[in-house]
Unconditional design. Sequence first.
Length: 447
Amino acid sequence: MMSSTVPSVAAQVASPAYANSSTAPGGHSTHITPGEIATGVVVGRASEYFDFFVYAIASVLVFPFVFFPTEERLDGTLYSFVIFAFAFIARPFGTVLFMAIQRRFGRETKLTIALVLLGASTAGMAFLPTYAHLGFTSIVLLSLFRVAQGVALGGSWDGLPSLLALKAPEDRRGWYAMLGQLGAPLGFVVAAGLFAFLLGNLASDDFLEWGWRYPFYVAFAINVVALFARLRLVSTDEYSHLLEERELEPTSVVEMTRSQGRNVLIGALAALASYALFHLVTVFPLSWITLYSERSISDFLGVQMWGACLAAVGIVVSGLVADRFGRRTTLGTLAALIAVFSGFAPSLMDGGVWGQNVFILLGFSLLGLSYGQASGAVTANFSARYRYTGAALTADLAWLVGAAFAPLVALGLSAHFGLAYVSVYLLSGALGTLAALSVNRALEGRG
């Protein structure tokens, strides 16, 4: 499904600017084909999401046992989710740091350092001694590697989504916007599939002793492939020329915040419903099933993989719907549907195998439709000079506010006070999105 989608999307990226720019400013023939741009976006995002989901799944299935063995299972999982949030806290700092690196040393240097750091921190987790061997120091090292992941993800911003959005025809922007979002379901399917295979073919002791480390090795290998795929694109003169032509260059974060801080905040809140739902259909239900159900974890991961496939379809459909009815209208409508869905979440999660399956499949479907347009729904508010940095910080803030603490809050509250608090969390995200879109519309009308 993914492979057939990319070429059709890539074919629509063609524009006169691309077709006529076979000679770069430096005189080198470095024509970038539409397929290369599409591949760069999907490969880059899929590799980042794969790293993300490998860690997320391990936070539930592995880390409570190997790094918090002296705690009760619930407490160990909650502590694991605290460390899970560290990457989202660190991500904006990574964006600021690597924007400075790009201004001084260039885009290729920035991207190389960021992706090497991401791969090294992910692979480093595969070699970590457990609590039984190193005690509390193992938890400190895990935390440091997680922070490094967040800093690296902040630095991996390459500006491709913004470039595609600016090059898109006026009536096709929703279609272009969903391209990078396809990396999320693809990354989840591969990560969940690896863990499901290991769980289904290894004894529990072997999985916790050494089996869980293999997905982290794979993540490092995928990062290497992604690094070369993206560098092959961003190191060309033509790519630099296209970014400069569209003023997609890093600016001072302080200056951008002073001038565009309102747009950053509105953009982050506009995506709140999608990002809140993101972890409530991926990480949270896996933790709930692990703690409070006798279901086979590998089978449940299989259901989530089917859900991710539905999300991929939803992401593609979101592009068609958004181009017909408008991106913000689409995002607002989906936020309202997520609010309705939140009311059924407790009964579905507590409704046995069939109820849980419906929660996963319906939740992933809504996630795909909403998440497909969550990226940059209001970034048109940014002036061209600030769009590159503004888009990166808006995404960072959306992840931090909407997703960073979702597994921790949802599991902690539902375990102690009931599943109704999952509804409250989702509903708050939906209301945040609707409020932000309303404010944005009012400000546009005033302008």
